[in-house]
Design a protein around this ligand. Structure first.
Ligand code: SAM
Length: 193
C-alpha cells in the first residue's frame, strides 16, 4: 500500500489549485488531508458541517464531495481574495454557506449552534476559543485538525503553541483523540457521549 488516492478528485479541485497557486497562498491544505476529510465527511449523512478557515476552498471542495445532499456546511474566512476563489467554484452549491468573518466574531455570534463535523483550520477552534468550538460538537461528532507536524511556514514560537495545544486535547475528558504522524500531522477527535 502507498498513499496514492486513486479515486476521483472533486470536480472543481484542479481549477481551485491553479487559482490558489496564482494567488501565492502559502497555507493550503494538502491533498492527503483533503482526502481524509472527504472520507470522514461521508460518515455523517444529513450532517451539519463546520469549517473554520476556508482559504480558497481546497478542503471545502473535498468536504462537500463527501457530504450527502441532506448535509450542510458552514465555512468562514476573513480573507476576501481567498473567499472569492472558493465562491467562484463552490458558491453554486446550495449545501454550502460561505461566510466572510473574523474567527472570534463568528464563534461568539454562533455559540449554541451544534455540528456533527468540525474541521478547525484557523486560529479559532484550535489555538483560540477551543472550549467554545468544542461545545458546538454533537456527541459522536468529529473534530479534525491538521498541520500538527512542524511546517516550513510556522512562525517562531509556534512549536511551543502546538505542543501545548496537543497536551490540551490529550487532557480533555470529553474527547477521544488519535494523533496521526502522517500528511501534515492530523489529530482526529470524537466527542464522547
Ligand atoms: C490554513 S489556512 C486554511 C486552508 C484551507 N482550509 C485550505 O483548504 O486551503 C488558514 C486560514 O485562516 C484564515 N484566517 C486567519 N486568521 C483568521 C481570522 N482571524 N479570522 C478568520 N479567518 C482567519 C486565513 O485567511 C486562512 O485562509
Amino acid at each position: 500500500m502507498n498513499d496514492a488516492i486513486n479515486q476521483p478528485l472533486p470536480k472543481a479541485y484542479g481549477a481551485i489549485v491553479e487559482e490558489t497557486q496564482r494567488l501565492g497562498f502559502t497555507m493550503p491544505s494538502d491533498i492527503q488531508t483533503c482526502a481524509l476529510l472527504r472520507t470522514l465527511a461521508a460518515s455523517k449523512p444529513a450532517g451539519r458541517f463546520l469549517e473554520l478557515g476556508t482559504g480558497s476552498g481546497l478542503s471545502t471542495a473535498w468536504i462537500l464531495d463527501g457530504m450527502d445532499n441532506a448535509s450542510t456546511l458552514v465555512s468562514f474566512d476573513h480573507d476576501d481574495a481567498l473567499l472569492a476563489i472558493a465562491g467562484k467554484y463552490l458558491g453554486h452549491d446550495q449545501r454550502l454557506s460561505l461566510v466572510r468573518s473574523d474567527g472570534a466574531d463568528w464563534v461568539h455570534e454562533n455559540e449554541g449552534q451544534a455540528f456533527d463535523f468540525i474541521f478547525a483550520d484557523t486560529w479559532h477552534g484550535k489555538y483560540l476559543l477551543l472550549d467554545e468550538v468544542l461545545a458546538m460538537l454533537h456527541p459522536g461528532g468529529l473534530y479534525i485538525v491538521d498541520d500538527m507536524l512542524p511546517q516550513p511556514n510556522w512562525p517562531e514560537g509556534h512549536p511551543e503553541k502546538a505542543f501545548a495545544f496537543i497536551e490540551q486535547l490529550e487532557s480533555r475528558d470529553d474527547l477521544w483523540i488519535v494523533k496521526q504522524h502522517w500528511a501534515t500531522g492530523m489529530i482526529i477527535g470524537v466527542k464522547r457521549c
